[in-house]
Design a binder for this molecule. Sequence first.
Ligand code: IMP
Length: 430
Amino acid sequence: MGNVVVVGSQWGDEGKGKIVDWLSSRADVVVRFQGGHNAGHTLVVDGTTYKLSLLPSGIVRGSKMSVIGNGVVIDPWALKSEIKRIRDQGVHIGPDALLISDTASLILPIHGELDAIRENRADGVKIGTTRRGIGPAYEDKVARRAIRVCDLADESHLRERVDNLLHHHNALRIGLGHDAVDAAQLTQKLLDIAPSVLQFAGPVWHHLDEASRAEKKILFEGAQGAMLDIDHGTYPFVTSSNTIAGQAAAGSGMGPRALNYVLGITKAYTTRVGEGPFPTELHDEIGQRLGERGHEFGTVTGRQRRCGWFDAVMVRQAIITGGIDGIALTKLDVLDGLAELKICTGYKLNGKIIRRFPAGMSNQAAVTPIYETMPGWSGSTQGARSWAELPAEAVKYVRRLEEATGCPVAVLSTSPEREDVILIRDPFKG
Ligand code: IMP
């Protein structure tokens, strides 16, 4: 039995919630290691729907330890209200159930404001962010001026940290035509919220080391997807963290050998929210149909997701950069009833055929997909729990995705219900 990392292999929203929930029911510890409350995971447990943004999915299953690692950026006010909302649904959340890294960086109101100021600029590059302040918070972390969870426990130190932070931010705000922020007021706001966070704070790396020595099963829960990774994604139309599995180690304080199996959640077609290149995007009635049948609306922002054909070139790249061992294929049933299906297996760029997604922004926007066409199926895949229940064309489609991406399907999900899964390989058994 080893530890499992679950990551998205496309642009997020691959349906991680259901798979993570299914795996977390078998894990002892569930760890978030990057991102923040830009993520949105919907879990349906025993008929109750839980919407989580920052809290690890294990929280809704009693007797698990849920951990927010140092790689996550935490908005303390959003955390407090999410804890209240989930507690109101009858879930116990105490320091025995939730541990937050004392070295995680905080998202402050100035970060959300700066995110919105940039996104609202008429002449700038619009990323289409979730406006949660994720990017500006990570900028401050890397620039070594962030306020971290541990700073909340020391008032005089906190005042110094806030002064240092505002030295930078107020110059920026005034330059952008906005009011300066009062240091005393911001410090007080932080002191007021501090107990809500500090009651859960501790050395995550130490706890995970102990859990590991006690042979507990650890599930690392990624957010967003490989193509939104700050290094390997469609830069600059990405989120501000590393979303690939390697970050599970750095973002939690465990060594890379603790990551035994990487499961890449992969949708049977492609979606994206926000701006940026999307070679296989469909602007026709098929794209609309995928969006409707797949309920493709963002959990966090409610925005409509862009939809398109499966892009095997991109997923193959995600598998390589992320070290994905097996795919959990989701939402196959959304393709039920389509006469034919297309899979992108290469691109054309300036008259040449390429098999990799290029690096530059203009080349990424200029590629056109090369498609393979496969017959669709008229039967239903919904709720199938064995290969024998799938139409032959659906099996062929899945097999072709495996070949084209170079990665086996370990889990096939055939409906939003937890039990509607075909398990080919148990990720916890490696
Ligand atoms: P940010 O993470 O709010 O800075 O947004 C940067 C980009 O990542 C935007 O294109 C967002 O739409 C996208 N993004 C952030 N979080 C998610 C997510 O959980 N699912 C899908 N896309 C996301």
